[in-house]
Design a protein. Structure first.
Length: 188
């Protein structure tokens, strides 16, 4: 079961990324019974995972960026020669480690990636994944199958959308300030 602290963490992160949804998450914990919160325990493997883009560790940064642009993705997973994930290269890495350092476009991606990324299994509860997103300020989490191979990526957008889909209408229609009340359903 997810604690009120988890709800506040979810709220803070979701509020930063998605506005009033963060306050809705806290309201949900104060309005509903614990039996109604089962979706927080949903294994992330049951959510829609993105197909992960992958590159080898010696791929040039320019090629990794080009792949991300062509596919409209915010990151690529970096693999070694055995196919194991050894890092993740994100838009943030482009800005901070590549552009910020004025490196050559031929620089190998393993020199600017985030090494040893936090990864989860398909059985990881949604609440735990959201805690990881919040704590590390990640937007994507690699999901590994039982053999340690990359199954896909869980995005914060998919996680927040899943939470919003499972919140009851009376929670979604609550104002951000719990002391306020909506005149009618829909916020009117």
């Amino acid at each position: 079961m997810t604690s009120p602290d988890t709800a506040r963490n979810i709220s803070a992160f979701a509020d930063t990324k998605y506005g009033k949804l963060g306050n809705i998450a806290v309201s949900y914990f104060t309005v509903t019974k614990s039996a109604d919160r089962e979706f927080w325990s949903e294994p992330v493997g049951r959510l829609t995972l993105q197909k992960a883009l992958t590159v080898k560790s010696d791929t040039a940064v320019a090629d990794a960026i080009r792949l991300m642009q062509e596919k409209g993705k915010g990151c690529v997973c970096v693999q070694d020669d055995t196919g194991a994930v050894i890092g993740i290269f994100t838009e943030r890495d482009v800005m901070v480690h590549f552009i910020g350092q004025s490196l050559s476009p031929d620089t190998p991606v393993d020199q600017v990636m985030t090494p040893d990324p936090v990864m989860v299994s398909p059985e990881t509860p949604l609440s735990e994944a959201i805690e990881i997103f919040y704590e590390h300020k990640f937007h994507h989490l690699p999901v590994l199958n039982g053999n340690g191979r990359l199954k896909g990526l869980l995005s914060i957008r998919v996680a927040v959308d899943f939470v919003a889909e499972h919140l009851p209408g009376e929670v979604l229609n609550r104002p951000p300030d719990a002391s306020l009340t909506a005149i009618e359903e829909g916020g009117g």
